[in-house]
Design a protein around this ligand. Structure first.
Ligand SMILES: Cc1cc2nc3c(=O)[nH]c(=O)nc-3n(C[C@H](O)[C@H](O)[C@H](O)COP(=O)(O)OP(=O)(O)OC[C@H]3O[C@@H](n4cnc5c(N)ncnc54)[C@H](O)[C@@H]3O)c2cc1C
Length: 290
């Protein structure tokens, strides 16, 4: 399908990109890897007047790890770079795993983690575990920089808190505290290239066998990736026995608000929410012990 006509802009600095966004105004869209944006344009769902490509802006690239401050994933860092980066794999294994589970190798070599979050699909593979880990979006705009925790970042399908004129410059993932572990679980019944029918990210803090803290985020079962707060409360202060994990799964499936669509029925999504929540808590607790 041919793309509609649009003005293509390729700034070399963040300042230039922000100025272009302000000058061109409404109808201007940002382009990272284009694996969501160009598909929408090709299908006629989006007809931008101008497209601002971000990939020539050096300051938006790269992945940086600071043992004190955590991980900074630049807005143009590819999914494949996140999945294969030694520091991400060593210190944030579930972040690397979620990126590695996104789409296929071709898409991971074009698409970015930032684009996955900004596209705001309820099923976005990288959202649940980053949200559970307390990651933040670093956003630049005409008034300077602001940071928004990912659990306040998504507003609805395709909608985030990013205002017109703003650009997400990086994703900041805090250091995982000692005694904490993380996990990402997902299921795509129609095969690897398809997006998740259900996905779950978890971070737990353990004191021996007892769970002292838990953050659980469910994907593809609500308009935005959602915290399962009642499930978090249920496991807090308890030993994560098989019985508690099963109860937690049941509670998470009650909290989930899925729809039926071509990927999965609502009932299937509820059942898989229970299964994946149990698995995510178990794996996160095991990771906390190592
Ligand atoms: C065949 C195929 C398979 C796929 N499989 C999966 C899958 O398994 N799991 C999954 O989660 N997704 C999947 N996707 C969706 C897509 O590949 C990912 O969401 C990808 O991470 C998007 O990144 P991108 O860099 O290509 O984003 P783009 O398409 O460039 O941008 C996406 C949106 O974010 C905005 N945006 C991009 N960067 C910024 C920024 N820095 N600041 C503000 N706004 C910004 C754009 O304007 C656009 O609205 C698939 C797509 C295809 C085509």
């Amino acid at each position: 399908m041919p793309l509609p006509k649009f003005e293509y802009l390729s700034p070399k600095s963040l300042e230039e990109a922000l100025q272009l966004l302000a000058d061109r105004g409404e109808g201007t869209h940002l382009l990272a890897g284009g694996t969501d944006l160009l598909v929408k344009m090709a299908h006629g769902h989006l007809k931008p007047r101008a497209v601002i490509a971000l990939k020539q802006i050096d300051a938006l690239g790269g992945i940086r790890f600071d043992p004190g401050k955590g991980l900074f994933i630049g807005a143009t860092a590819l999914l494949d770079e996140v999945a294969s980066h030694p520091d991400v794999k060593a210190h944030f294994p579930s972040v690397a795993y979620a990126a590695q589970q996104t789409a296929n190798v071709q898409i991971r070599n074009m698409g970015t983690l930032a684009g996955n979050l900004c596209n705001a699909a309820p099923s976005a593979d990288n959202a649940p575990v980053l949200t559970a880990m307390g990651a933040e979006a670093v956003i630049a705009g005409p008034k300077g920089e602001r940071r928004v925790a990912l659990d306040r970042f998504f507003k609805g399908p395709g909608q985030t808190v990013i205002e017109p004129g703003e650009i997400l410059t990086a994703v900041h993932v805090p250091v995982i505290p000692s005694g904490f572990g993380t996990s990402y679980q997902h299921v795509s019944p129609r095969g690897k290239v398809d997006i998740a029918a259900v996905c779950v990210g978890a971070m737990v803090g353990m004191d021996g066998a007892t769970c002292k803290e838990a953050r659980i985020v469910l994907g593809a079962v609500a308009p935005v990736p959602m915290r399962a707060e009642k499930t978090e409360a249920l496991v807090r202060g308890k030993a994560l026995t098989p019985e508690i994990l099963e109860k937690a799964g049941r509670q998470a499936s009650e909290e989930a608000r899925p729809i039926s669509d071509m990927r999965a029925g609502a009932e299937y999504r509820k059942r898989m929410t229970a299964v994946l929540t149990g698995r995510a808590l178990k794996q996160a607790a095991e990771a906390a012990a190592n």
